[in-house]
Structures are given as C-alpha cells and as structure tokens.
Design a binder for this molecule. Sequence first.
Ligand code: H79
Length: 479
Amino acid sequence: MKKHYPAIAALLILFLFPSPMQAQKTLPADMEIELHYGADRLGKRPDQAMQKFRENRLGAFIHWGLYAIPGGEWEGKVYNGAAEWLKSWAKVPADEWLQLMQQWNPEKFNAKRWAQMAKEMGVKYVKITTKHHEGFCLWPSQFTKYTVANTPYKKDILGELVKAYNDAGIDVHFYFSVMDWSHPDWRYDLKNEEDEKAFQRFLTFTDNQLKELATRYPTVKDFWFDGTWDASIKKNGWWTAHAERMLKDLIPGVTVNSRLRADDYGKRHFDSNGHLMGDYESAYERRLPDPVKDLQVTKWDWEACMTIPENQWGYHKDWSLSYIKNPVEVLERIVHAVSMGGNMVVNFGPRPDGDFRAEEKELAKVIGKWTARNGECIYACGYAGWEKQDWGYYTAKGHHVYMVVFNRPYSGQLTAKTPKGTQIIKASLLNGENIKVTETARNEYNVSMPKHEFNEPFVIKLEIKSSESTTNKYREALT
Ligand code: H79
C-alpha cells in the first residue's frame, strides 16, 4: 500500500495482529496490503541449501568477545545479567570497554580442538559471533579499528574457526549484531536530520562489513542477525530487505534469519500480511513453542537457541548464580524442537584464554555420547503429525516415526495413537532389538517398554504404513 495511507495500514495491522503470537494469521490474498519490503517468498524455501540447513537440526552457538575477559564482573561487582551485556549493566563507556582489547590474548585457543569438540558432540553446524553488540570483531575488519588484528593475539580467529570447522565437515553460520555500541553513528532512534544522516552512514558501514565477511569467508552458510529491534532499524525496513538480498547475491544458497527483517511499516519477523520474512523464524530464544498449542510453527522453518544457565551467552565466571541445565534437559529441548520441525542451537561461551569451561566440555561429551547412539531420531527428522503423548516426543523421517522417551510410565506400556489410515507395523530399538506392539483400539497401540532399563532417554523406532488398504477401508465401513 501506497505510502499515502500509512495510518489506515497501521490501524489494519493493529486490528489484525493484536499480539506478536498471532502474527502468523494471514490476510486473504485479495486483502493483502502492498509491501515493498515484505516477505520475498511464501512458504518454505525448497532448495538444497535450505534442505541442508533443515537436516542439520543440531547446532552449537559460540559467544566469544571482549566480554569473556571480565566474565560478568566490573570493578569488583559481579552482575548476574547476561555477561555479554556487562558493558550495559555496569554502564561502562565504549572507549573504556574497548580497552579490554589490550588483554585479548587467548593463549589456549586451538581451532582444531574446538572443531573436534563440536564433532564429538554431534552438532552439524556452529554459529559464531563475528561481532556482538560491543562492536569487537573476531576478524580483521578494514572498517573499524576494534578487531582481533589490533590485540596482542593479532590473528584472524574467525578465519581459523571457519577452516577448522569446515575441515571437520561442520557448517559455519555467522552471528552478526547490527547494533554496535562501538560505532559513533549507531542510533537507537532517529529523532532529527543529524540522526538520519549518521544512521545512513552506519548502514553503509554495516554493508561494508557484511560484504567483507561474505567475500573473506565464502563457505559461510548462514547469517544470523541480532540487535535489530530498535526504532532506527524499524524505520529502515528497506535496508533489512536489501542486506538479505545483497548477501544472497554474494553467496548462492546462503540462509538468513527472520530477526533481521522489518517491513515497510516496521513490522518484524512476519510482515504486515502475516508472511515470514527471511528463511526461518528465529524468535525462539531461550524458549520453545508449546508442543500441543503452537503447531502452526510446523508451517515454516525455524531455529531455536538456548543457554545452559538461565541466561548467559558469553563467558560468566560464576555459574553458581544460575540453575545449570543438565544434559537430559538439554537433550529434551533438542528433541522437542526437532519434533516440531525446528532446529536447536546450544550455546557455549568460551573462556578468555580460549579454552571451554569444564562444565561445557562435560556437557558436550555427554550429549555427544547420546547423539552417537541415537542421532538417527534427530538428523533430517521432523514433525510426525501424531498426537502428543506424555512419555516424550515423536520425530519422523520417511516411513519411520521415532518415539523419544523422556518419561517412563509405571504401566510399562507407552501409548501411541496414529492418525487415521496410519498403522504401526513394527517397533524396535535402534540396535535392532524387537519391541512388542499391541493394537488396543482403532489407531491406538501399546508399545512395550524395552526389557532392559535405560538410564537415559531412549528411542523406539516405528515402521509405519500409511495407506488406503483393504483392511482400512473395511474398518472405516464399520462406523
Ligand atoms: O546474543 C545473545 C543475547 O546477548 C542477545 N541475543 C542472544 C542470541 C540478546 N540479548 N537480549 N536480547 C537479545 C533481547 C533484547 C532485549 C532488550 Fe533490553 C530489551 C533490549 C532492549 C530492551 C534487556 C533490557 C536488554 C536491555 C534492556
């Protein structure tokens, strides 16, 4: 719509989308408003690169920057807020904060060891913070002096990581914060002409950095934008659409998250017509959709991300201030995401010396032992479309449905209800051991618990038949 009617459009938007959770409602095609910077496409991206993104399913996040050095403590005070936001919590001026660069010398950093750890954990991709809100770049950017090149360490950390992960067969995704606390032209809002001018310079600077990343590291598979929620960005929706297109022109197949985007009216993630912008929804940060109520998420690609403590992404020296999730809780979130057709990214915040904290190494190891045995129910799997049961989650791939059991029933029987026309013809453990299945009612089955006790979540693989077979027709005829 016609820029002349923004007020009407805004009212329409308010009326149709009273809360962000309802953003997925779409207007009938003939009622859609015209947008220049709305969704580029309707529905899931069907190409191979997107398919690879989707099949990867499990990723790791790496938050590493200057904030790792103070680790949540400033001038003797420990802040329990997210460590990568310490500059903000402790109100440290940018120039003072950026002096931490003089201490950036991660002597234990070994990219190959990091890649080995990711491989052992079973992650198929790693999302790396190229630049977080603080503005410090893990690559030697030509467009700012706040980079690894100007630290005692000097070397291109990002380049080393891209190579090491790629050599290990792991895809690399780039996290990039548009909000940049180190840059004099960054604005939260645009209140006058001077702000407008500064912010346009800032967007040019951002374009330059993005082009630099895309050309220096052409094997990057994804850009995950953050720090895009402020009014300044919402008033420049054109730029978000432009940045996505620019990256896609530079790197064929690259994927981009929804968080980057704002449409003509500043509507984010989902445009004013209710269509997802970017390639996948990225709003599930430290939370997941409800497995019964929020099934609409199965209509689009999405990726969730999680922290191991409650809310620490960067390294925080005192994890005792937070509840730390155990490996089964982490696994449950991973499987929960896959069961609803999404990806899950588990965050790590390396120490300033370049090593990982012991708790993270241990967690990666335990998850890795589990994925090595049970990964079949995660990779390339998706939503089964079966009614949720209390024992855990279903995931699906081709003619197989996986029951991933997190809660053991006292009855020794796991209930499975199949959709109309779908039969279970066989059940087994992933090692091939047979599991007894009894049909208890139409489209209802008891799947027996395995004979030996598992002390971790386990998987039962179901072979299914979906057909309009004679038996089915006969059975339908009885009602
Ligand atoms: O990088 C990690 C976080 O640092 C970053 N995203 C993940 C992946 C992130 N932190 N917070 N947010 C995203 C959401 C932003 C919350 C905000 Fe606010 C609400 C920004 C401004 C208002 C909280 C309250 C932070 C400042 C005030």
